[in-house]
Ligand binder design. Sequence first.
Ligand SMILES: [Zn+2]
Ligand SMILES: [Zn+2]
Length: 183
Amino acid sequence: MIGKVFGRWTVIEDSGERTYGTVLYLCECVCGTRRPVRSTMLRNGTSQSCGCLHREIISGIKNTLEERLWKYINKRGPNDCWLWTASLNAYGYGQIQSEGKNRKPLRASRVVYSLTKGPIPKGKHVLHTCDNRACCNPKHLRVGTHQDNMDDMNTKGRNGNVGRKLSTVEITRRQKTRYGEQE
Ligand SMILES: [Zn+2]
Ligand SMILES: [Zn+2]
């Protein structure tokens, strides 16, 4: 076992420790961390690093989602609407695919909000003060309750449209007219 490499671990020596009859080897991770690791965990691949590998994967995922996100946003003046240039969901909101194994579409405005302003409190909605669902300008986003959204719509005379699912024709129209292109 001495000198063998398992993932990021290199086996240094028998640590002298035993757990349930298995040998714990003192191992060194590529990052320099030394720690006794069970021989069974090395052999079956359960332990591949001190934890630094996992941390790198997590931060890598964050970066790629964030990078993709900003690429799809048409940033204009600080107070203008920054429109989502990729696909819109059935409600007219920008959507972006999450990373990882279980990919699912995320609402772009929610991702923007959490990256720029912090986590969205549980049960809260990200509302658009500009009334433009495809907008991703953090200045135009605020959190509120579903009721706030309804109140907002009532004062703006949009009642009847609350959470309304859009037709495919409407979605296409919105995709096309995002940059003021005429139909
Ligand atoms: Zn490490
Ligand atoms: Zn806006």
